[in-house]
Ligand binder design. Sequence first.
Ligand SMILES: [Zn+2]
Ligand SMILES: [Zn+2]
Length: 376
Amino acid sequence: MRQGKTMKAYRLKGIGCLEYEDVPLPELLPGWVLVKVGAAGICGSDLPRIFETGTYHFPTIPGHEFAGTVVDACDEEGRSWIGKRVGIFPLIPCQKCFTCREGQYEMCRDYDYLGSRRDGGFAEYAAVPVWNLMELPDRMTMEEAAMLEPASVALHAVRRLTLHPSDTVALFGLGTIGLIITQWLRIRGITEVYAVGHNPGHGECMKRTAWPGYRYQNSVSPDRVSAAGALSVSAVSESDADPVAWIMEQTGGKGVSVAIDCAGTTESVTNCLNSVRPGGQLLLVGNPKGEMAFDQASYWKILRHQIRVTGTWNSMFHHNNGDDWHCVADAVADGELHLSELITHRLPFDGLLRGLAIEREHTEYFNKIMIFGGCG
Ligand SMILES: [Zn+2]
Ligand SMILES: [Zn+2]
């Protein structure tokens, strides 16, 4: 079916130069399948990738958060997937390095990546290795499946922590990953979470209470209330306050036992260090927004307060139950994890440039912006 056929795709031809055009259908190799893209989300990391740093070579079709239906293959293994709805783990591990051999593919030394190192999901079709496919449960929608990746990244982050329901948590940065982390914390039975967000360009401050003990402080537009409302977060307006002082006040001067940074700035990590109690944990999730530098007093805190600092990267995909991706699918199917509610914009397939403009210019509140292909 592929001979001479073309598809619509967004090709990055240089930094900031993303063109919507007709391109040949992807070539298929043995062990790979052709996926008709059903839904593809814009990730926060796509903005610097498209507009600042570029991909590893040009042209490349970006988009690593996507799901679809397998429509073609060139070998028996692949053909057994035709017709199946699939989620797609975008990291293609080398399978040879020592971390791969230990099954920790997210730390592969020599990986390929759909949507940055090779063509991804901002296209009508994408070529994907069978190894990277996950068959979707019937109850999972295509848009939820396109959020398997960020939801798995969020779960992977939470799994780096040692958690007890009595833990108190401060979370800085409320993009998609941050908001999904708050859900995983709730699923883990943690009721005392202080969430701090900042959305430049929107001056309103909100404080929200989601469930008993849950506190939220944010500088956002009122639209964010609807996304948070979906997480059963109720909002109370508050003046622009120092988040550390607020957290200290809420915790009786002790600080939280766990601080999570999902923003990736010197300010947000410093706020984490100043919010966490002696003997607490600091989890670093957010991609750094630029060079970071910490004052001596903050660094001393790590030493004197014996803070356990933990990093997290990507997610674990193993093809079996218990990995991050299958746990996300189960939690969505069980109605515990709510992903659709984080989608603020559902755009047609030709609306990607509009979605990117919304994220770049912050003209309106957004969380997950998704484009949709032909199959639902
Ligand atoms: Zn991403
Ligand atoms: Zn490897």
